[in-house]
Design a protein around this ligand. Structure first.
Ligand SMILES: Nc1ncnc2c1ncn2[C@@H]1O[C@H](COP(=O)(O)OP(=O)(O)O)[C@@H](O)[C@H]1O
Ligand SMILES: [Mg+2]
Length: 233
């Protein structure tokens, strides 16, 4: 199992629960499309799964690791090793080149670096290979700065950075919201192809993408299904 959540609850403020998931599972190698209205708690759930924030209550295991029992430093290290995250705003580092951005996770995680390649040169080749398949090989070889890329190109850099060193789980938070329909479809197809050995959790409000995934979950349904003991009492 890649993700297992049970009675998972999170509130930004006391009494204002935004995530209340009775059960959620993502098996190794599966891809899930998580759909939901703006404000329904999708990004918060991804933050919990990525270990950026910690649940108020309940159980959350990622790759068998109980995130609730890990401190922030352990969760950060685990995220660097095992999870590739694509943020809505990309979070690329503007003063690094395109290639340096893609190789960033290898600097934070020795296991991830080792999976990308045994030497700096081989890791660079792995990054260039990924960028070639994402249609950015020429820009990377030119040493292009990320600030000199279009939004669609930046999104593909963010995808390459998430994929480098084969993390077990890829999390994507509305990565296509700035793309037109044709770029959106080809971005998702390339991402799923490159991540075919990983589990993928992809969040969007755009239902047109759902058929490309193994399964669809609705944030509203997941939240509605939760009935904590306190509510029934
Ligand atoms: N950092 C934060 N601090 C306080 N409240 C937040 C924060 N992030 C999100 N929220 C609130 O949590 C709810 C769910 O937000 P979010 O998870 O971002 O939803 P979605 O990604 O589905 O649009 C919203 O009501 C939002 O205002
Ligand atoms: Mg969001």
């Amino acid at each position: 199992m890649c993700i297992f959540a049970k009675d998972l609850e999170f509130a930004w403020r006391p009494g204002a629960t935004v995530v209340a998931v009775s059960e959620f599972e993502l098996r190794l190698g599966d891809s899930v499309f998580l759909q939901g209205e703006s404000g329904s708690g999708k990004s918060t759930l991804l933050g919990l799964i990525a270990g950026i924030i910690q649940a108020t209550s309940g159980e959350l295991n990622v790759m068998g690791r109980p995130l609730g029992a890990m401190n922030a430093a352990k969760r950060d290290a685990f995220r660097a090793d095992a999870i590739g995250v694509i943020f809505q705003q990309f979070n690329l580092v503007p003063y690094l080149t395109l290639l340096e951005n893609v190789l960033l996770p290898c600097r934070f995680s020795p296991p991830r670096a080792a999976r990308a390649g045994p030497t700096n040169a081989s890791r660079k080749d792995a990054a260039l290979g990924l960028l070639d398949r994402l249609g950015l090989g020429a820009e990377a070889r030119e040493g292009r700065a990320v600030s000199a890329l279009s939004v669609g190109q930046q999104q593909r850099v963010a995808a390459a950075r998430a994929l480098i060193g084969a993390p077990s789980l890829i999390i994507a938070d509305e990565p296509t919201s700035a793309l037109d329909a044709a770029s959106r479809d080809s971005f998702v197809d390339t991402l799923l192809e490159e991540a075919k050995d990983a589990s993928v959790l992809f969040v969007s409000h755009d239902a047109a993408l759902a058929p490309r995934f193994d399964r669809t979950e609705s944030m509203a349904d997941m939240n509605a299904a939760f009935a904590p003991a306190a509510k029934g009492a």
